[in-house]
Every structure is written in C-alpha cells, then in structure tokens.
Design a protein around this ligand. Structure first.
Ligand SMILES: [Zn+2]
Length: 387
C-alpha cells in the first residue's frame, strides 16, 4: 500500500457515497470532478481560478507530457506539481488512451505499444513498466495502470482478449511500482513517494467480462479502481448498466473512478451508481466551442437570440463570468474569435461542474440525494434553454 493515500467513506445515500481521500498534496472531497490539464494546463483557465472555483485535483496526460516537454525534464524541475505551479492533487492517466486515439502507426504486442509521436513522428515505445516509470518521474498523486483501449463496437472475443491483456499489464504495472517503492530500481527518479496507483476494469459492454476483469484487478490489489472503456459511443443506457454492474464488484473501501465521463447528467446518474471520481474534457472543450452548461440546460452562445441579451449566462451561477458579463458580450467575443471569450466560457463551465459536485456532496450529506437527482435531471437535461 502507498503510505500517504487514504480513502474514507463518511456517508452513503442509496448507492451514492460521500467521502474523501488524502494525498501528499491535500485532501480531495468525493464525489469529485477532475478538470483535464492535458499538457500541464487546463485549457483556457488559470490555476488560481481553478483554486477559487474549488478544484482539489486536476488530471495530467502522461502521453502528452512524456512526448513534450518529457518526463525527465519535469523530474529535473522537481516534478509536475512544481513545474506547473499547482500544489493540490494531480492524477495522471497512463497514456494508453492517447496511444490508441492520437498516435500514428501503432503496433500493440504483449510487450506494450509501439507508435509514432503525433508531434514529431519519432518512434516510441510504451510498456506497462515504462508508464509506471514515467508517472513516477512526473510525481502525480494518483497514477493509472496501462490498459488496452478497445474501439467501439468490438466483438465479445475482441473484448475478452483485450481485457485479459489489460489484466496482465495491470499486474506488471503493480510489480513495477512495488519495485520503485522498495527502492529496488534506484535509477528511476521518484518525484512523489506517496503516489497511489489505480487499476482499470475493462471488458467493453459485456457484463460477464466486466465482472471477470473486476475480480482479476481486485486480486492484484490497488489503492483505487477505475472503470475504463466507456463513454466511447455506446448507448447511454448500456453505459449506465455497465457502471452499475462493475461498481458493485469493486471494493467498498476504495475509490471508484469512471474515466472520461461525462455530461452533467452522467455525473449525477453515475454518483447514484456508486462512482466517486470523474474527469472529462467536455466543460473545457465545449466552452471553446461556445457551449455553456447552465442550471437550466445547455446554452449555445453563438445563437442569434443572445445578440441583445443583457442577462448573465446562468442567473444561478456566482462565477466571475456570470457576475460580470452578459450573454450579448460573450456572444460577441465568440463570434470575434477573442481568446478572452473562450477563457470566460471555460471559467463558467468548470464552475458549473465543480458546483454540481459540491451540490451532490451536500445532498448525500443531508440524505436528499435522490430528490436532488430528480430535480437536477429535470432542469438540466433540456437541450437548450430559452431563459
Ligand atoms: Zn457562471
């Protein structure tokens, strides 16, 4: 076990769990949303604004940071927290997902992945062991194992083969981090001795494969468990069913992380199914495209109906953007291609996501989560609002 990582569930309400985990860079209240800081920055946002909005943890992408500026450079700069100027918690993915989605000419073998960098075309290798070493140099508080990310749709045979390989890779990742923890690999710089490691459950949309994967991943033993390979194009009901099935197979006393999801509705629905952690590029990416998430549904700032609208993006939101600026102004900035517009939209969307998680935690605390969930889904699920 990692020395610093502790998770405590303080209250449950139906399937929803209120808790916190402790890292060398502070406590994280769960359920939590982690803004995505792909290249060591959350696109369009300053860390001081994230702190103000209540973010306690951000995600960094191992694939991007490994290729540029390189994990060895980051280790020389004292690790990722010091390099990027963020002293709260950081989770890093293993880089696997980007190898499968971004890298060119990739070849997957039992040993690992061989691919061409999408930046300079250089030939690269990523193995379960090397992703552990890279994340050790980065010094994140939570590191993820390397898993094989399956394209959707996949046959049952493909999903089974891929899941079994992910289990074998997970065991290699665990052996490697244990070697680093016992200092039997002294050539690797470990930037954060209290780093935790999470396993990842795979198995596509096949409940029996998910169960097998959950059992096998538990048997290896990690500080926390993620559900990977969802939110990749499968129908929403299928995703929710797989989350329900998988979460019920994971240890009660450890955090459960649903990777890459999702919409505000997904957060609420999956908290009710026992998920504690989320990450998604949606609030930041959609902000840059002019889509705002509000307490009354989604709002597309490009819409002509906002040209003379003096109202704030969301009257219920207390963020800087909503306190200071009108829809008319944000629409103008968006159409003019001003980067300030993207930044203001991003701040609002991240505040909305982080506020949603805070309201979820309060509802669990007061035992009113199901009422909250129904009201939230009713008000937020509208495709666009006419307020
Ligand atoms: Zn706002």
């Amino acid at each position: 076990m990692s020395t610093s990582f502790r998770f405590i569930v303080s209250r449950t309400d139906g399937g929803a769990r209120l808790g916190e985990f402790h890292t060398p860079h502070g406590t994280v209240q769960t359920p939590v949303f982690m803004p995505v800081g792909t290249q060591g920055a959350v696109k369009g946002a300053l860390f001081k604004d994230l702190e103000e909005a209540g973010a306690e943890i951000v995600l960094g992408n191992t694939y991007h940071l490994h290729l540029r500026p390189g994990d060895e450079l980051i280790a020389r700069r004292g690790g990722l927290h010091r390099f990027i100027g963020w002293d709260r918690a950081i989770l890093t993915d293993s880089g696997g997902y980007q190898v499968f989605s971004l890298a060119e000419r990739r070849k997957i073998t039992e040993e690992g992945a061989e691919f061409q960098s999408h930046i300079d075309g250089s030939r690269r290798h990523l193995t379960p062991e090397s992703t552990v070493d890279i994340q050790a140099r980065l010094g994140s508080d939570v590191a993820m194992v390397l898993d094989e990310c399956l394209a959707y749709p996949a046959t049952r045979d493909q999903a089974a083969e891929s899941m079994l390989r992910s289990v074998r890779w997970a065991a290699r990742c665990r052996r490697r981090i244990e070697a680093l923890r016992s200092s039997s690999a002294p050539d690797i710089v470990v930037s954060n001795a209290g780093q935790a490691q999470f396993g990842i459950v795979q198995g596509g949309v096949f409940p029996d494969l998910r169960c097998e994967s959950a059992e096998a991943t538990r048997a290896i033993g990690f500080e926390g468990y993620a559900i990977g390979g969802l939110s990749v194009g499968e129908p929403i009901d299928v995703m929710y069913d797989i989350v329900t099935e998988t979460a019920s197979r994971l240890p009660i006393a450890q955090p459960r992380y649903l990777m890459g999801a999702g919409t505000p509705e997904d957060l609420v629905e999956c908290v009710s199914r026992g998920i504690d952690m989320f990450d998604c590029v949606m609030p930041t990416r959609n902000a840059r495209n002019g889509q705002l998430f509000t307490s009354r549904g989604r709002l597309n700032i490009r819409n002509a109906r906002y040209a003379d609208d003096d109202g704030p993006p969301d009257p219920s939101c207390g963020c800087y953007t909503c306190r200071r600026h009108s829809r008319a102004y944000l629409r103008h900035l968006h159409l003019a291609g001003e980067m300030t517009g993207a930044a203001l939209n991003t701040l609002h969307n991240l505040t909305f996501y982080l506020d949603t998680m805070r309201r979820i935690r309060e509802a669990i605390m007061f035992g009113t989560f199901d009422t909250f969930r129904q009201e939230f889904l009713r008000s937020v699920s509208r495709p666009a609002h006419d307020a």
